[in-house]
Design a protein around this ligand. Structure first.
Ligand code: SF4
Length: 694
């Protein structure tokens, strides 16, 4: 096939799936992508020559017949095709009507962690200045909002402190709640290679995930009790005087408060709470405290709890205590999910409390700057989060919802409840590639472009801004998201202003003017310098491989220990629902599966949902592998196939999140972390029964 590939167009771009941000070339003819090949490794700092199965074979969704090709307007139970003019006029009139009758805050907008920075910047500007609503949020609320909250308090930036390069070269790792081999495969390859070359790996997780197979120590924890073991490690390190006293003294405030908070967490107490053997805990703590450099890696397994912010605080405390922040090959590594959740879901200000570059929406000076740049003053109040928006829809306070490239009908906890809210909105616009489970509820559906059909930038998990290249035109009349937003902005009156962006490059120039951490970047520099990592404050700045080398992001330059209270899971097992459900991902699929469930090369491998059950639990319930079982919580039930495996512990079951059939969020509950609003996806109480055997 290689000779054939050589005759095709080649477009350098960045993967549209996960936030590792692999770079590769798309080979295409006029109509479709035909292959993916490695690019020059100098232009691919995140991945060199590698890609995973999703990046390499996951592009089949682009050319699917069921792509949306024209705008659609609801008619009765179905939809009819409409012209862009008609559809945009309807959207503009309906949103203006809601604004007139109920105020701008009766509209909420969800930006997309899959879109480009340029598009999310415009979505945020559209919400705040065209509609004038304070309500803008995105699905980052559901994944790392607790990380962002905890890191802003402790070290100052809500992002990975280090780079993939540092992760590849650490002396030691503490990983928890990251199924790295399946969710961030190319990154996992680097960790495995380094471990093979002698680095130490400690994995703490209720499920023996793939990366745990490579660990020097695997500690099985109990879902929902993570703060306990992290506080226990901190206590042991302090007690044995193994902490980096000089670093703490010079760079971190509130050591005494930390010491007091962790005091009750003796290794015996931690064993009682988490089932982690005391000797294992202290050995792991000593391993971390004595290593030259430690990378602290985590993902949804730590964040998606009703006390997710405390979990991340506890992790940050460990990193600070051992002096592993602000130096090479060490640091805090929250592995981000979506391709552009760091940029479009955060840096671009698509959050209810911050403008682009994490600038406080309640700070009058910040608002002055934006008013000067935009000609319209953004609302100065903090808006509604995604879960708060759904509540407000129930209460009749939010009536219009604009969803760009997200699928809350599957991704929200307790989707029965979320779908009711989607039904209850007076007016719902969904902009996407497919008739997603969310779009089914819409009044107007607008057809958008896939990553291979747009240009702009994505920001990967290590804060690296990389170019996205356009290989194809969108199908039919579908358009790039920024073009759709611009057409709409020019139909809705906002102080008599018009948008007239001609290219994503123009949008990027504007956004770097108002986003200090991006100020020194340009599309041209990003292309020629292999991406740029923020902060990049001026045109001569090379970008930042790891943060906090010259102090932490506070006016006094000091980090803060923020002692973490131990929370219990919001739902504990009962007699009726005796098992603990936890949720997560598999290698072959991505998130709610809107893309990967449409790629045959992928569904061939994992076609349907399933539940993992420990052999002893399965034995007690009379369940064998392959049986169809019913998993039921207080909120609903799903019927899926049983896999009997020792990956989850006894009494714990696991269901992946990617499927509409057997959707796991039928079971999860609406319990939220009070600080960040993240839902507790990782713990729910369920029961299981066999319903048939083939
Ligand atoms: Fe794409 Fe992530 Fe796979 Fe790289 S590791 S190819 S970015 S899905």
């Amino acid at each position: 096939g290689d000779a054939r590939l050589d005759r095709l167009d080649r477009t350098e771009t960045t993967c549209g799936y996960c936030a590792v941000g692999c770079r590769f070339e798309l080979y295409s003819d006029d109509e479709r992508v035909l292959g993916v090949r490695a690019t020059d490794p100098d232009a691919a700092p995140a991945n060199d020559f590698s890609t995973c199965v999703k990046g390499k074979f996951g592009y089949g969704f682009i050319e699917r017949d069921d792509r949306l090709k024209t705008p659609l307007i609801r008619e009765g139970d179905g939809f009819r095709e409409a012209s862009w003019d008609e559809a945009l006029d309807v959207v503009a009139a309906e949103l203006e009507g809601i604004r007139r009758d109920h105020g701008a805050d009766a509209i909420s907008c969800f930006a997309s962690s899959k879109c480009t920075n340029e598009e999310d910047y415009l979505m945020e500007k559209f919400a705040r200045t065209v509609l004038g609503t304070k309500n803008i949020d995105n699905c980052a609320r559901l994944c790392h909002s607790s990380t962002v909250a905890a890191l802003l308090e402790t070290v100052g930036y809500g992002a990975m402190s280090n780079s993939i390069e540092d992760v590849a070269n650490a002396d030691c790792y503490l990983f928890s709640g990251t199924n790295t081999t399946e969710s961030h495969p190319v990154l996992a390859t680097k960790v495995k290679r380094n471990v093979r070359d002698g680095a130490d790996l400690v994995v703490v997780d209720p499920r023996k995930v793939g990366i745990a197979e490579h660990a020097d120590q695997y500690l099985r924890s109990k879902p929902g009790y993570d703060t306990a073991w992290m506080n226990g490690m901190a206590r042991h390190i302090i007690e044995r005087d193994l902490h980096d006293a000089a670093f703490v003294e010079e760079h971190v405030r509130d050591f005494d408060a930390l010491k007091r908070k962790v005091e009750p967490f003796t290794s015996a107490e931690v064993e009682r709470l988490t089932d982690i053997p005391a000797g294992e805990l202290t050995a792991a703590a000593e391993r971390i405290a004595t290593a030259d450099s430690v990378v602290f890696g985590w993902a949804m397994g730590l964040t998606q709890h009703s006390h997710g912010t405390n979990n991340v605080r506890a992790m940050a405390n460990l990193a600070l205590l051992t002096g592993n922040v602000g130096k090479p090959d060490a640091g805090l590594s929250p592995f981000r999910g979506h391709n552009n959740v760091q940029g479009g879901g955060g840096d671009m200000g698509t959050l209810p409390n911050v403008l682009p570059g994490y600038q406080d929406v309640t700070d009058p000076e910040v608002l002055d700057t934006f008013e000067e740049a935009w000609g319209v003053r953004p609302p100065e109040e903090i808006g509604l989060t995604v879960p708060e928006t759904f509540e407000a829809i129930h209460d009749g306070d939010v009536r219009g919802l604009y969803v760009m490239g997200e699928n809350p009908a599957l991704s929200e906890p307790d989707i029965g409840h979320a779908n009711k809210a989607l039904e209850e909105t007076d007016f719902l616009v969904v902009q996407d590639l497919f008739m997603t489970e969310t779009a089914e509820h819409a009044d107007v559906v607008l057809p958008a472009a896939a990553f291979a059909e747009k240009s702009g930038t994505f920001t990967n998990t290590e804060r690296r801004v990389q170019r996205v290249g356009k290989a194809l035109d969108p199908p039919g009349e579908a358009r790039q998201d920024w073009e759709i937003l611009q057409s709409l902005a020019n139909r809705i009156d906002h102080d008599g202003r018009r948008w007239d962006y001609e290219t994503p490059t123009e949008i990027f120039e504007e956004l770097t003017d108002v986003t200090p951490i991006y100020a020194g970047m340009s599309h041209e520099r990003i292309e020629t310098e292999g991406g740029l990592q923020w902060p990049c404050p001026d045109a001569d700045h090379p970008g930042t491989r790891f943060l906090y080398e010259d102090g932490f992001n506070f006016s006094d330059g000091m980090a803060r220990f923020v002692p973490a209270d131990m929370g219990e899971p919001g739902e504990l097992p009962t007699e009726t629902y005796p098992l603990t459900l936890t949720t997560g991902r598999v290698l072959y699929h991505f998130h709610t599966g809107t893309l990967t469930r449409r790629v045959e090369a992928i569904t061939d491998h994992v076609p349907e949902s399933f539940v993992e059950i420990h052999p002893e639990t399965a034995g007690t319930l009379g369940i064998e592998g392959g049986d169809t079982v019913r998993v039921e919580s207080e909120r609903g039930h799903i019927d899926v196939r049983a896999k009997v495996t020792e990956r989850p512990g006894k009494g714990v079951v696991f269901v992946p999140m990617h499927f509409a059939d057997g959707a796991v969020n039928t079971l999860t509950g609406e319990r939220y972390d009070p600080t960040s609003g993240i839902p507790e996806y990782k713990v729910a109480s369920v029961r299981i029964e066999r319903i048939n055997r083939d």
